[in-house]
Ligand binder design. Structure first.
Ligand code: DAH
Length: 339
């Protein structure tokens, strides 16, 4: 009887299964109600008591071996059948959910791409700075209010290290180690000690531009900015420069662009003035050049700086700055199609 069991085991192992029919034959032969293995269990009661233990172990082994073989082959035929029989190869592949760029990054990249057409190169500098690079070298008077704790985050108690309040500090870093010609664009994050509201935040983004060479004039500045405004807001865009004051430029100006929403006729975005203020600019102050060991008799240049959030607000008509920082997918998903 026991010898019989080992030949059944051989049979199970050698049974050739190569399609669904032979799989079914295998199941019927060994595992169906009237199949060999259930029959062996049936005959267990007739086995002599001395052999019961060994017999029991062996018929269990047969059962496990037959079930395993059945399972392996049924999986195989199921998946092959599915992939051959049910799939339509002309269907589009399952789409993968794609993320989207943040609107700040989209506009930053767009501005960088516009200025790179004019030969500007991207430069970056540290966010933790010292007084010299953020204020001193930029010609801020020692008692200028920007140096106050009210406006600036200091990193250490001695007020030696601070979070940069503007990207103009990167101008200094570059001019200290590079002689003209210099033509750079400096995007980055800046920090100011402001209460958070729909129109102000303590962290925001700026892009700074700097062009230093022999014979650079205010006309060059104006032409660069006009090109930029038309690329970003459309070819019909007009610009105007209003006199202003910054310690590091002389003369200084603020640039407005004609409102891209109403085309200058007046709407609630431009507060019915027809103009939108977008950036500050001017001719680099000779003191700033000299602070960086650049000969101000030989070289002149211009600088400009703008807040990216503000431009994004104007381009996409976003009314609340806080949306940029909330990671709300309902907001972010609206930018999937932009690059
Ligand atoms: N740094 C100025 C600010 O944060 C912006 C600015 C104005 C930058 C005039 C410039 C400039 O380079 O020429 O408000």
């Amino acid at each position: 009887m026991l010898a019989n069991l080992s030949s059944i085991k051989e049979e199970i192992i050698n049974f050739n299964i190569d399609n669904k029919d032979s799989l079914e034959q295998f199941r019927i032969k060994f595992l169906s109600k009237k199949g060999i293995i259930p029959q062996l269990f049936e005959s267990f009661k007739n086995v002599e008591p001395a052999q019961k233990k060994e017999y029991g172990v062996l018929i269990n082994e047969l059962k496990v071996a037959a079930n395993e073989k059945l399972e392996t082959f049924s999986n195989q035929f199921d998946t092959t059948e599915q992939s051959i029989g049910q799939s339509d190869l002309s269907l589009p592949a399952n789409s993968m959910p794609l993320g989207s760029r943040h609107p700040i990054s989209i506009i930053k990249n767009e501005i960088c791409a516009i200025f790179s057409k004019l030969g500007y190169v991207i430069s970056e500098g540290p966010e933790i700075e010292d007084d010299w690079h953020v204020f001193g070298a930029l010609n801020f008077a020692p008692d200028h209010p920007a140096r106050d704790m009210q406006d600036t985050f200091f990193v250490n108690k001695k007020e030696e290290l601070l979070l940069r309040t503007h990207t103009s500090s990167v101008q200094i870093r570059i001019m200290e180690k590079t002689q003209p010609p210099i033509r750079i664009l400096m995007p980055g994050r800046v920090f100011r000690n402001e209460a958070i509201s729909a129109r102000a935040h303590c962290v925001f983004h700026q892009i700074e531009g700097l062009y230093i060479d022999e014979n650079v004039s205010f006309a060059d500045l104006k032409q660069n900015l006009l090109f930029f405004a038309r690329e970003l807001f459309g070819s019909q865009t007009k610009i105007r420069l209003r006199p202003s004051y910054f310690p590091f430029t002389e003369p200084s100006a603020e640039m407005d662009v004609s409102c891209s929403i109403c085309g200058g006729k007046g709407c609630n975005i431009c507060k019915y003035s027809g103009w939108l203020e977008v950036l500050g600019c001017g001719m680099v102050h000779p003191n700033v050049l000299e602070n960086c060991k650049i000969d101000s008799k030989k070289y002149t240049g211009f600088a400009f700086g703008m807040g990216i959030e503000r431009i994004v607000m104007l381009k996409y008509q976003i009314k609340d700055l806080r949306l940029y920082f909330e990671s709300d997918l309902r907001f972010l998903k609206q930018f999937t199609s932009a690059y």
